[in-house]
Design a protein around this ligand. Structure first.
Ligand code: PMV
Length: 349
């Protein structure tokens, strides 16, 4: 088919890894060194519209405009340009169009919440909408799988933001069901994890000290790299069992260990980084004390920064929110935190 003009609009959520992706193969195409698994979030998302119009004078260059929150955003353009170049071979139709990308996030920019996962996923599903218009015969499964594949080429963890709930990305030694090329939903999840909560405490909203590109590269020649990659394989086996059995106690232990290991990798690389802030540690200690005193199965995880994700079952929501308000909010920058929970993945608007 051919299309002269069309507009699509999608939202794509952020995700929070339980077993972390940290390190990639040296193949240059975003192949992870170890498998990872994440909860897809619900409220923290990017909403992107893509306006396409057939070019009058087809050229060899990509032609696109970028609007962020309604205003032209020049400094995001190189990242998009690089993304389009990377996916060009898979989406040869892109150069026949002028693209107008209009994007916004539901969470504050520079909140320290990475928008690359939701942003790249939202762009990828929009591009697949164009492909679907050109090739109406493609199936829903193909659409989603290729959207995740394209999102991965934008930002690795973005491939986990197309599908909902719990998503695995990366070849796992135990099974042939997961892939290095795209995320797949893990469906055997126990009721205990239904509507699992993630309250994100904004400890430090400053610019990222280490970009994830630099971060992943720190795993090349890292003294503990091979042990870490083995451990992630092992932890993925364990967490699949934990999620399907509803074992909250082992969940807490594994998830916190993964978060601290991610930071341990950064502390033991060359150059080395400490991405936690004093308030990050204050929060961790408070969570440990609260858990010891109440037996409430609440735990933390971290991404490559100082913010803390507080994870807990929906059944203890009231108790935990009260604890957060009474004891943890004082450690947040301007008292800011975001309440989120497991969600459904990318949605057509
Ligand atoms: O997708 P990237 O390249 O921004 O890497 C994400 C890395 C972590 O957030 C630290 C871990 C993960 O698995 O999401």
């Amino acid at each position: 088919g051919s299309v002269e003009k069309a507009t699509f609009s999608w939202s794509a959520p952020s995700n929070i890894a339980l077993v972390k992706y940290w390190g990639k193969k040296e193949t240059g195409d975003q192949i992870p060194a170890n498998p990872s698994i994440s909860f897809t979030l619900s409220n923290c998302k990017t909403i992107t519209s893509l306006n396409v119009s057939a070019k009058q004078n087809p050229s060899d260059d990509f032609s696109f405009d970028l609007l962020f929150e309604g205003k032209p955003k020049e400094d995001f353009k190189p990242k998009i340009q690089k993304f389009l170049e990377r996916i060009e071979g898979y989406c040869p139709y892109l150069k026949s169009y002028h693209l107008e990308i209009d994007t916004q996030n539901t969470f504050p920019h520079s909140s320290g919440i990475a928008s690359s996962a939701s942003g790249m996923a939202a762009l990828a599903v929009n591009i697949m909408s164009l492909e679907k218009m050109l090739k109406p015969e493609i199936s829903k499964d193909y659409f989603n799988q290729k959207a995740s594949f394209l999102a991965r080429l934008g930002s690795g963890s973005a491939c986990r933001s197309v599908h909902g709930k719990v998503v695995i990305w990366g070849k796992h030694q135990d099974t042939t069901e997961s892939s290095d090329l795209f995320g797949v939903e893990f469906s055997e999840v126990h009721e205990n994890f239904k509507n699992y909560q993630d309250t994100i405490l904004l400890v430090d909203k400053g610019e990222k000290q280490v970009s994830s590109t630099v971060g992943h590269n720190l795993m090349h020649n890292h003294p503990y790299a091979s042990q870490r990659f083995d451990q992630a394989q092992y932890n993925l086996t364990a967490i699949k069992q934990i999620l399907s059995q509803g074992d909250l106690e082992r969940f807490v232990e594994l998830v916190e260990s993964e978060a601290l290991t991610l930071h341990a990798m950064m502390m033991t690389s060359m150059p080395y980084f400490i991405l936690m802030k004093p308030n990050t540690l204050e929060i961790i200690n408070k969570i440990w004390r609260f858990r010891n005193e109440t037996q409430v199965p609440v735990c933390f995880t971290l991404d490559a920064g100082a913010n803390v994700h507080v994870l807990y079952p929906e059944s203890v929501k009231e108790k935990v929110l009260q604890f957060i308000q009474n004891e943890l909010v004082v450690y947040c920058q301007n008292g800011q935190y975001i309440c989120d929970q497991i969600g459904n993945g990318s949605q057509l608007i």
